[in-house]
Design a protein around this ligand. Structure first.
Ligand SMILES: *[C@@H]1O[C@H](CO)[C@@H](O)[C@H](O)[C@H]1NC(C)=O
Ligand SMILES: [Cu+2]
Length: 385
């Protein structure tokens, strides 16, 4: 059987991480977890996935190490809807924590529309900033400290002006604890998202708001050399200004926004899966009624298990193991001479994984987008009359 080779694969995923910083692990859409690693580009190396980006001029600045590689699934979302990004010190939540308290600094969320999630480059031009926050005078907290207060989660509402189609949504943290020594530490990853209800026309962003990643920050930027131990506030946010369409442009978007849902064709998560692990799903093996068919389906099951382990990001392979148990059950039935199956055909398997966060924070940009939503609703009303 393929079984013995699987044990080797499992063992390599159990390496204990030592020097943990932080990783973007999990996307939530409208407060619903999409599953650890699902629709998320993160570093695939469990030992270094939480490390800061090695160089600010590296292409890894776009979506992190391994970030040039697309993942199989793209999660659907709507403008006006809410995205939350979960950060963990240990990607698989083996130990608790979002980021070490020493890692003080700003956060931001960037976005880039791609025509083709598989072939278009994450690194390069076309990025806009949707939101940022540095140091909050009122609470006396850095954005990363608020992230810790929020159990590692930060949330934004997707602005109404985003066009329908495939988007890379990129949360970013910048830890400044070594910035005074010339080592600003960036952490990032990307969520692959399909926006269903935006404007059909691509967003026309004025040049001042559209940046290239890498290239959008320089090591000499005051926001990257800022001394948090003897701070001179206000903190100068690095990168471009947050994109806000001009009134006329936003009216045009609202007018063209269609109430019709735009159909996602690629990266759709199949609905008939029995269990999911990051960007892999297990689907039921073929029916059988002979000894030969039994072993064939058992093999097909283990082949899916191997795909699961091979594609599992550092958030773990707990559900690959659950799937593998199902395969063991098929093999056992074959061995026992029960050649009618599969057993428990089509039955969903119980997902394993870390407990969900106790609470999901409100969107940091909620007020602005609520206003836009009201305006959009008015625009739709006008059309309906
Ligand atoms: C992206 O490109 C690949 C490879 O050329 C192609 O198979 C796929 O259909 C394209 N996806 C979209 C959404 O056009
Ligand atoms: Cu660190």
């Amino acid at each position: 059987m393929k079984h013995s080779s699987l044990i080797g694969i499992v063992a390599t995923t159990l390496i204990v991480m030592t020097d943990a910083h932080t990783t973007f692990t999990t996307l939530f859409v409208n407060d619903v977890s999409q599953g650890d690693g699902t629709c998320v580009r993160m570093s695939m190396d469990p030992q270094t996935c939480s490390y800061p980006i090695a160089s600010i001029s590296s292409d890894d600045m776009a979506c992190g190490a391994s970030g040039s590689q697309p993942v199989a699934f793209t999660c659907p979302a709507s403008t006006g809807g809410k995205l939350s990004f979960e950060w963990r010190e240990w990607a698989d939540a083996e130990q608790p924590g979002a980021i070490d308290i020493s890692h003080k600094g700003p956060c931001a969320v960037y976005a880039k529309q791609v025509q083709n999630m598989t072939t278009d480059s994450a690194a390069g031009p076309g990025w806009i900033k949707l939101w940022d926050e540095g140091y909050d005078d009122t609470s006396g907290k850095w954005c990363t400290e608020k992230l810790i207060d929020n159990n590692g989660l930060m949330s934004i509402d997707l602005p109404e002006f985003l066009s329908s189609g495939y988007w890379l949504i990129r949360p970013e943290l910048l830890a400044l604890h070594e910035a005074d020594k010339g080592d600003p530490q960036f952490y990032t990853g990307c969520a692959q998202v399909y926006i269903q209800n935006g404007s059909p026309a691509p967003l026309n962003v004025p040049a001042e708001y559209s940046v290239s990643i890498p290239g959008y920050v320089k090591s000499t930027d005051p926001g990257l050399t800022f001394n948090i131990y003897s701070p001179k506030f206000p903190y100068p946010m690095p990168g471009p200004k947050v994109y806000q369409p001009a009134e006329s442009a936003s009216k045009a978007v609202l007018a063209s926004a269609s109430s019709k849902v735009s159909q996602q064709s690629k990266g759709v998560i199949p609905s008939n899966y029995l269990i999911k692990n990051a960007n892999w799903v297990g689907v039921e093996v073929p029916d059988y009624s002979t000894e030969d068919g039994c072993w064939k389906s058992s093999e097909a099951c283990f082949a899916q298990a191997k795909e699961c382990y091979d594609s599992a990001p550092p958030t773990g392979s707990a559900n690959c193991h659950v799937w593998e148990n199902k395969c063991d059950g098929i093999s056992a039935a074959c061995n026992a001479g029960n050649f009618n199956g599969p057993p428990n055909k089509g039955q969903k398997l119980q997902s394993k994984g870390p407990a969900p966060p106790p609470e999901i924070p409100a969107a940091v940009n909620a007020r602005r987008s609520r206003k836009l939503r009201i305006r959009r609703a008015k625009a739709l009303d006008v059309r309906l009359l």
